[in-house]
Each structure stands twice: as C-alpha cells, then as structure tokens.
Design a protein around this ligand. Structure first.
Ligand SMILES: [Fe+2]
Length: 377
C-alpha cells in the first residue's frame, strides 16, 4: 500500500472551475460557428493540436479525459480518431453524426454515453438549450492524432490553417510559414473515404448506453456491511464491479473500463486498493473520497469535478448528502479490475457470509473452498 499526502491528493482533484477551455485547438477553429466551440483537456496528454491548450493533469493514465461545450446550433466537425472516443453527456442535448459525410444520426441527452468506433468520421451539434457539457474519453496515452474530414482540411487552408505531419496546428496568419504538401496532412481521397468502415444505426445503438438503460446492482464484497451496498452499472469493458452478473453493453477493447457508480444517502464503498489508475468524474456533488488505511486525508468532489487516484493507494468513497449521487469510474486497462478491500473489511464480510471466489466475484463464503493450489499470495 502506498500512502498519499493531502497535498498530492489536492493536486489530483481537478475542480470544475479549474477546467480551462481552448477555442483554437483544431483546424476548424476559424470556420464560422466553430470558433465558438470550447475544448477542454483535463487528464492525459490529450489530442489537441494547439500549444495553447491547458491540460490540468497531464500525467499518463492510459486514456485521456477532456470535455467539449458549445452554444446551441454549433457543430463539432467530422473527424476520425485512431483510438476509442467516448462521449459522456453531462448536460444538454446533442445530435451525434457519423459516416463518410455524417449522414447517420443519434441523439445524446444528459446521462447518455456513446462510444464511437475508430476509423469513422464523427461530429456533433448542440441541439439543446444552453452550452451543454460533454466529457470525452479517448483510449491510449498516445491517441495517434486526428484526421479531419477532407472538406474541413480544404476549408482550413482557406483560413491559412494546416496540420503538420506531427499533428501540430500551423497558422499562417500568425506568421507560421505555409507548409509544403510533404509537411502537412493532406485531405483523404474519395477512394480512401469510401473504404472506411460502415456502421449502421442498428450497430451504433449497441454502442450507446442511455441514462434509462443503466443496470445498477450491488457491486462489492462489503455489500452486507452497515452503510455499504454501493451499486455499479457497467458501461464499457470490465471494471471494478465484483458482481459476476455484470456485463457491459460495450465490450470491444478501449484501453479503459467505464462504469456508473451510485451511492445512496450516507452510503460508502469501504476502503480498497487497486492496481490500476482510477478516475472519478462526479455527476452530483457531495462525494467524499478519503485516502490511506486511516482515511486521514480526504477531498470532497463537487458536481462535474474530476479526481485521479494513483495505483495502490487506499481509497474510500462515500456520499455525504441526503440524495443519491452518481459518478463515472474510469479505470486504465481492458482487463477485469480487482479491488482489494482492507483485511478487516474482508473479515467482516466473511462474518456476514460473503467472500470472493477465485475469479474475484462476490459469492457465499461457505461455498468457497480453501483451495490453495497456485495461490501466490
Ligand atoms: Fe474527437
């Protein structure tokens, strides 16, 4: 177990007020309307092509958390990513489009999560009232950059904007020399666009987890202990849930897992460690995360705050309010994650008749054998 100080804890808590937008992040930033887009890079090296983008916590996590917001009617233009791109709508209503010219559409509302496959053009438009807010999560530390739609690259050139081969925005209106064809990313040809993968609306809907589709179930070994019983609803991959009946709707490799956590008033997850970096994005405020075996360090997450927990540090997560609260839990890696509860929690759970089976899922303790072969612990 690794101890963490209050200072280090505070430095990993990115408050909503700390998010810093950049409106010159991409090649479409001078396209009429698109200059009103606000891009945020919160965790990880990010995908911005601008040196002006502030990243709150640039430490590599195996994924990148960012956000986007824009006024009603404004569009985020069609582009391709090489790694998974997940949109977590926290506020507002957006039309997400995909396909060679964005001809397919699905609506995302507050609480919905969409995972857009790699290698297809995607974009979105704010169709709600107000700016809305979408958190984004991209797989990998190195996301490989962005390919914009050929029309956007051509239009960018009209405004003096190019993207270099190493994914840096070149702005000739700010004195950058006009690049040669060898130095910048050229528009994809019509043939290349025609060869991109095809996703039907029926296939895409399998990659959308709507707010009303959440499959909340008690998730942890401590479920029978007083004040516990936290629920998880899987969204992407294999996460920290210890409920063997949990299966995420979206299961292809993303490089991270994503789950909704729900805590009822006063409820908590008992202290546990994890071998992988874990990020919490609060939906509502009032989530207290206490660190170390003694829970002697803590921080209180406000709504939409982001908090990164290092590996091997003990953490307890509790709802300090008298309303249910939800948060997204994102953990690095595509494997099943194995929370390790403190010994006294394991003993108390056992006394309540619960243990973990050899797969790491909660089971009736009296049915779990003391079969020690191959046990390296
Ligand atoms: Fe994107």
């Amino acid at each position: 177990m690794t101890r963490i100080s209050q200072t280090d804890t505070d430095s990993r808590h990115v408050h909503r007020s700390d998010y810093q937008s950049c409106s010159v992040a991409f090649i479409d930033c001078k396209k009429p309307g698109s200059h009103l887009k606000q891009n945020y890079s919160i965790i990880g090296p990010g995908v911005t092509t601008s040196s002006e983008q502030v990243i709150n916590l640039p430490e590599p996590h195996g994924f990148n958390v960012g956000a986007a917001a824009m006024p009603t009617g404004i569009t985020n233009n069609l582009h391709i990513h090489y790694t998974a791109e997940v949109f977590m709508v926290y506020d507002g209503e957006y039309t997400f489009r995909w396909g060679p010219n964005g001809e397919n559409e699905v609506t995302g509302r507050a609480g919905d999560i969409l995972s857009i496959p790699t290698w297809i053009f995607r974009g979105f438009t704010n169709i709600g009232e107000g700016e809305g807010w979408i958190f984004t999560c991209l797989g990998g530390d190195n996301t490989g950059g962005v390919i914009f739609h050929p029309d956007i690259i051509r239009e960018g050139a009209d405004y003096g904007l190019y993207i270099s081969k190493d994914n840096v925005l070149i702005d000739t209106t700010k004195g950058d020399p006009t690049p040669t064809e060898d130095e910048c990313i050229l528009p994809m040809t019509d043939e290349e666009v025609a060869e991109l993968r095809v996703y039907s609306p029926e296939e895409m809907i399998q990659r959308v987890v709507k707010a009303n589709e959440r499959d909340y179930r008690p998730a942890f070994l401590d479920r029978a202990l007083e004040g516990c019983g936290a629920q998880i609803s899987p969204v992407i991959g294999y996460g920290i849930s210890q409920n063997r009946d949990h299966t995420a709707k979206i299961r292809n490799p993303h490089g991270f897992s994503m789950e909704w956590l729900k805590l009822m008033p006063g409820q908590k997850i008992s202290p546990f460690t994890l071998d992988d970096k874990m990020v919490v994005i609060a939906r509502e405020g009032g989530i207290r995360i206490s660190m170390n075996e003694e829970c002697d360090v803590s921080t209180d997450l406000g709504a939409w705050d982001t908090f990164s927990i290092p590996t091997d540090v003990v953490r307890q997560i509790e709802n300090t309010t008298d309303e249910p609260v939800e948060a997204l839990i994102i953990v690095s890696g595509d494997h099943q994650k194995h929370p390790k509860f403190l010994d006294q929690i394991v003993k108390r759970a056992y006394a309540e008749g619960l243990g973990l089976d050899a797969q790491g899922y909660v089971a009736k303790a009296h049915l779990i054998q003391k079969y020690g072969k191959g046990d390296t612990k």
